[in-house]
Design a protein around this ligand. Sequence first.
Ligand code: NDP
Length: 793
Amino acid sequence: MSVSTYFDTMDYGPAPESDKDARAWLASHEASFGHFIAGRFTQPGGQLEDLDPASGKRLAHLTQGSAADVDAAVNAAQAALAGWQALGGHGRARHLYALARTVQRHARLLAVLETMDNGKPLRESRDVDVPLVARHFYHYAGWAQLQESEFPDHVPVGVVGQIVPWNFPLLMLAWKIAPALALGNTVVLKPAEDTSLTALLFAELAQQAGLPAGVLNIVTGDGSTGAAIVAHPGIQKIAFTGSTEVGRLIRAQTAGSGKSLTLELGGKSPFIVFDDADIDAAIEGVIDAIWFNQGQVCCAGSRLLVQEGIHDLFIARLKKRMEKLKVGAPLDKCSDMGALISPVQLERVRRLVEQGVREGAQCHQVALDVPPGGCFYPPTLLTGVHPAATVATEEIFGPVLVAMSFRTPDEAVQLANNSRYGLAASVWSETIGLALGVAPQLKAGVVWINSTNQFDAAVGFGGVRESGYGREGGREGCYEYLKPRHRLNRAQRNAVSATPAGARKDSPLQGGLVDRTAKLYIGGKQVRPDGEVSMACHAASGERLEDVGLGSRKDIRNAVAAAVKAGGWSSATAHRRAQGLYYIAENLSARADEFARRIALTTGVSAEAARAEVDAAIKRLFSYGAWADKYDGAVHQPPLRGVALAMPEAIGVVGVVCPEEQPLLSFISLVAPLIAMGNRVVAVPSQQAALVATDLYQVLDTSDLPGGVINIVTGKSAELLTVLAEHDEVDALWVRGPAEFSATAERLSVGNLKRCFVDHGEVTDWHDAAQAEGSEYLRQATHVKNIWIPYGE
Ligand code: NDP
């Protein structure tokens, strides 16, 4: 070949990375692994095969984790817990720092092994995955160091079960174990069956770096091993990354168990290009968004939305750029794309693309010249896709981009949000005002402006809707592995139950027409319940008082519809929301005596106790009025030229089921933080003391709160809870009361994966601000959206 030919083609020659060290490590274990429990490998069982996806050849034998193996790992983690916590933040910081250094020292070995096991190009494992792994341990070494000063009111959750998928095996391990260990928990982790090798290597290296035995345990195996971890009673928290389907199963399985749960699930993230975007940069962005890691990325920008004026030009240039993508041997340093994880995944991608074509899409694929025997699939672009087509709605989890056009920014937002998922989004426009205007409107946990697939340990990552809940990374990621200190005293507090005698007793029902009956409060109006049925309210002494409306399924539906319609509250200024709360406090204050009498009558507490409850409720309203414009986000400075804005956002419509005790104070303690943060609420007040809530209608009427922000449906708490939990337009549930209520909420929330904030039957002392007010409530009332804004040339 002549020099000019080389210049014309700019072809790269092969540049394979050596797999010698990785093979030597495999050989040192005779390519056969047990679990890593209590600081050492168990006897290999040899039931599973770990294959190289690029050749189909076996790399190692792995062991199928049984319930007994999981039990042994949990026992080891429990035994190690006290010692690990006794080290204190500084002691753990030193261990995390040692892990970061270990990863850096063995970076090449880890990257090569990851590429062999997963099929991803070495360029990515070497330049993205492994450096980010080290970065996570450094970052969380810092949080360990600062734990005592930054989280004085929190304690570690305990033994944590973590289940990770195959797309970023080592990186997901780091995202999970770095915060867990840093904050004083011990871990049982299950890697994906297809990609367990780097987790095992990491465990070995960690042990060499002095990590105490039992602090990190790795149990290999398939989904049944994962299920055994989820079910184990010795585990206090489950952190899962994987498919929405399995996330749902885990939510259902843990419902009512008291285990805390974070779910990082699937996505169908939009990549929005406005006509004033830098087209070359946006095309490079698309390449990275969908063909990074063969598209097997939960936050892959898999739905391309291009503004009509530049659509055809953009697609033509994108096709040209696709031709330059090099698909080939993953260990070749010149490969842009490697192999998909497995024949099963390859088949799934193939099937979905065929279905897309059957449903009317045009398919453009790059010709492949790849090694035989591997799970290779070409970069694929589907155009002319209908927004309702299967390929536009299903997560394909492969190198397949679907493209659509839009006309206006509003239409872009509508199309982008037309998904059951809400993980990430990219917005491309040179007009910063447009980009920053669109970002808050997108239903997603992460928004990248003029960039894509940015990750950093300091910046939280996670989704909304069916993409799950919880955040990994940053300060918010710390809270996922902590619990409020006051929960430690749970048993003690439950002994001093604040519930007045008989308060949980069902009130007898009275059928018939409504007569002198307090109505429901829906959309800012007092409305009669559907069917006009009422429920008798009694004084604590047993004397019959007035009736209240007996809310039904239909009433909850109306209340949710009113709350959905009041969406403007979420974009009202914080100042405006604060005012709303202060007005409620002021109006309640004007009628304090009346409320105190009502509380005393319905709950049987003394006049002084009742008055103290009203005063505490007023004070609490003031607190949340104060917090409304002070619960700020943060500006992160990840290692790139740019910033990430971490902005707390309202979750949306929240269903609240109040407890029986302290009916006014508990109602206010639950509703006030939610509306302070811009949520709209459908509240089911105390059943026994419903009259206290119905008295609030007039207070709300005169408080200048838009209709639909607070809706109150009186009735049978258990029945109304079920309706709220099953309603797809309710985004989160806050439930207090008997433990069965919490279990019902968690079990029935699997439909649209509502975030649940429940008490598992634990009694709250609503007077104690440490338990009943403040950051935990504000955090639960919001999710953090991280908006990445790179700058400079
Ligand atoms: P899964 O959700 O099944 O796997 C994720 C992890 O959960 C793996 O470790 C898996 O074990 C484990 N697991 C499976 N079943 C259970 C269970 N019942 N209880 C506890 N743990 C369980 O994803 P798949 O690997 O099957 O991939 C299927 C699809 O999921 C993909 O095509 C993709 O669309 C999506 N996916 C999304 C990911 C994301 O990050 N959002 C990541 C991976 C997949 P094992 O692998 O050993 O069976």
